[in-house]
Design a protein around this ligand. Structure first.
Ligand SMILES: Cc1cc2nc3c(=O)[nH]c(=O)nc-3n(C[C@H](O)[C@H](O)[C@H](O)COP(=O)(O)O)c2cc1C
Length: 359
């Protein structure tokens, strides 16, 4: 009996095919769409970030910043849905706590080409506490399940959850399992877990560093629920670490590391999806992708800084990283700055046009 591995993007992992190759057991190894994700980050992962990320990787799954269901059902965000679904695959992240409203928002958003509806129950901000959204909902698993169910019923898109390992330091393992059971039953088949608890006594920023990282617990969840998809998040610094995690879970989600070094995405298609295509050097990426995109935006009246902010970390770990960052920071934010600022910054770093390692 021989085994042949083929990689295909899909939601399912292993399918056995018999018949066409009667003497062979053909194992079609399918790769999760969540294998490599950019984390949603309010104030950072706007549509320009996502487009710039897409220039570097055709496969990465990007997430919008959090959007309250009301912003779609009664607010102005519905006007932005089309633009925000571009450069897909993009998952729309929703917050809220009223199942009917979330369902209505999911239904509306589904018409615009998003790949997924993601419901955020991991955001530990004080505004979430007062508005009853985000992390505090992990204490009300039945309500989250109602919200998930409402989204599933209203939308044909997959509905996923982004959560923590707990909403308080004393959140128990049993509580977490109950949370998962209820929500898997409600229709969520993919959990994105920031691998630490949070606690409302810490501020939002401290909640991203002080609670202990517990990757093993996420690995354990995958063992307990192998039929569900598990995406691990939290302090993954580089692609080597991401690959390590993929021995245990289905996907990785990177936030701050990518923001500080977006060029990590340049090797994602090859390393994580086995897709061979030439890796753009940093210079090529800027000249062939970012500059034309920014020029289009400038022509529409968008300030240069909206694009430049996402490439400030492009030369991270390179000798001229500081010179690049400083020049852009000092010049791209001035009113009326034009595309020549990026060209001048390129001249300063004088990069050879060979593909480089993202580190
Ligand atoms: C500036 C900032 C904004 C964030 N905004 C969101 C958000 O809108 N929705 C969300 O689910 N998580 C948000 N997060 C949390 C990240 O998605 C991620 O879970 C967290 O940063 C841990 O991943 P990392 O260590 O790879 O950055 C935000 C994080 C940062 C740093």
């Amino acid at each position: 009996m021989s085994a042949l591995d083929i990689n295909i993007s899909s939601f399912v992992f292993y399918t056995l095919i018999k018949g066409k190759f009667p003497k062979a057991l053909l194992i079609v190894k399918k790769t999760s769409i969540h294998r490599y994700c950019t984390a949603p980050m309010l104030g950072i992962t706007d549509r320009h970030f996502r487009q710039i990320a897409r220039f570097l990787s055709s496969q990465v799954l990007t997430y919008t910043e959090l959007v309250h269901s009301n912003a779609i059902t009664v607010g102005q965000y519905c006007l932005k849905l089309e633009d925000n679904a571009k450069a897909g695959p993009v998952a729309l992240q929703l917050i809220g706590c009223i199942p009917e409203d979330l369902g209505a928002a999911a239904a509306k958003a589904s018409q615009y080409g998003f790949a997924e509806i993601n419901f955020n129950v991991g955001c530990p901000s004080p505004r979430g506490m007062s508005g009853n959204f985000g992390l505090c909902l992990m204490d009300d698993a039945p309500l989250v399940a109602k919200c998930v169910k409402a989204c599933c019923q209203a939308s044909p898109l997959p509905v996923t959850l982004k959560c923590r390992l707990g909403s308080r330091f004393d959140y128990s393992w049993d509580e977490l399992l109950r949370f998962i059971d209820l929500n898997a039953h409600a229709g969520c088949h993919c959990f994105i877990v920031h691998a630490r608890k949070a606690d409302m006594n810490l501020d939002t920023r401290k909640n991203r560093s002080i609670p202990e990282l517990e990757y093993e617990k996420v690995y354990r969840l995958k063992e307990l629920y192998p039929e569900l998809e598990w995406v691990i998040n939290g302090d993954i610094k580089n692609n080597e670490q991401a690959l390590q995690h993929l021995q245990y879970v289905d996907g990785v989600m990177l936030g701050r590391s990518l923001y500080h070094n977006i060029y990590l995405l340049s090797e994602v298609d090859k390393l994580f999806f086995d897709i061979e295509h030439p890796i753009l050097s940093r210079r090529q990426f800027v000249e062939e992708k970012v500059i034309p995109y920014a020029e289009e935006g400038l022509a529409q009246g968008i300030a240069l800084s909206h694009f430049v902010r996402h490439i400030l970390g492009l030369y991270q770990y390179q000798t001229k990283a500081n010179a690049w960052r400083r020049f852009l920071a000092e010049n791209a934010y001035k009113p009326g700055s034009g595309i020549e600022v990026i060209r001048q910054a390129l001249q300063i770093v004088e990069e050879p046009s060979q593909p480089e390692l993202a580190k």
